[in-house]
Design a protein around this ligand. Structure first.
Ligand SMILES: [Zn+2]
Length: 257
């Protein structure tokens, strides 16, 4: 079990159960109910008398901290079984109770990055949120997001974050490639080079197999030799590597000749 490489500050809390007894399959997002920096939150979780901790914390400046390693159970959600299987994340609030414990856009952006990273490293293929507490606490219908208010008489994670849970799941799932209507197409493996005809005038050349790699220019219409095919973002047919070494083009716009 690894920890997130997005962490910028670490202060391990003694308040934990080591190791956790369940694989990580749940995300529990909390609010700090205050605008704590990641350092201050670390200090709050430092004394054993506090009897509380979280795996991660996020400040309003967007910085991510770790207080309990993922291999260990944090003492965060007032529920042993939940915290044995969940990664818990405390998020700082730049607004008070009257704002539903608002969080900054920077903190929210970091939260998406962190949750995406946790899912990827722990094999969580899709985040599932439910408005039903029964679904959440019993992990029904694939539900794998829980909240502190499910287990204790608390406002946590605050109405602001609570209402964003469905959106958080949706945004993270886009990044995980889950929940999309069009499943990724695996290109047919090709042996050896082949020629394609490009007839459009504005086809981008990319540094790698995907629209998420750098654009290196535009290819002129003509016949080109492709030496390798890979699947990648932004192309249904796959990406073809140009023999010239100029880069990769989407084969959606190139016909085999
Ligand atoms: Zn909480």
């Amino acid at each position: 079990m690894s920890n997130s490489s997005l962490v910028r500050y670490t202060k391990i809390s003694p308040n934990k159960t080591s190791p956790r007894n369940h694989a990580i399959d749940t995300i529990t997002i909390h609010c700090m109910a205050g605008n704590l920096t990641v350092e201050t939150c670390g200090n709050v979780f430092a004394p054993t008398s506090r009897q509380a901790s979280s795996n991660y914390g996020i400040g309003s400046d967007g910085r991510i901290a770790m207080y309990v390693e993922e291999k260990d159970r944090s003492w965060c959600t007032s529920n042993r079984a939940n915290d044995m299987r969940a990664v818990t994340i405390e998020v700082a609030n730049d607004g008070g109770a009257n704002t539903g414990w608002h969080v900054s856009d920077k903190a929210l952006a970091s939260l998406l990055n962190l949750v995406e990273d946790i899912c990827k490293r722990n094999g969580i293929k899709k985040l599932v949120w439910s408005e039903s507490k029964n679904d959440r606490v019993n992990h029904l219908n694939g539900c794998n997001m829980t909240v502190h208010r499910d287990y204790a008489a608390k406002a946590c994670p605050g109405d602001y974050l609570y209402k964003l849970h469905g959106w958080i799941a949706q945004e993270v799932n886009k990044r995980l490639g889950a929940g999309s209507d069009s499943p990724a197409v695996t290109p047919t493996p090709t042996t050896g080079a082949f020629k394609v005809r490009v007839s459009i005038t504005d086809l981008n050349i990319r540094a790698g197999a995907g629209t998420d790699t750098a654009r290196k220019g535009v290819i002129k219409p003509g016949v080109y030799t492709i030496v390798e095919v890979k699947s990648g973002k932004g192309s249904k047919t796959g990406w073809g590597k140009l023999k010239s070494g100029a880069g990769w083009i989407s084969l959606d716009y190139a016909k085999k000749v």
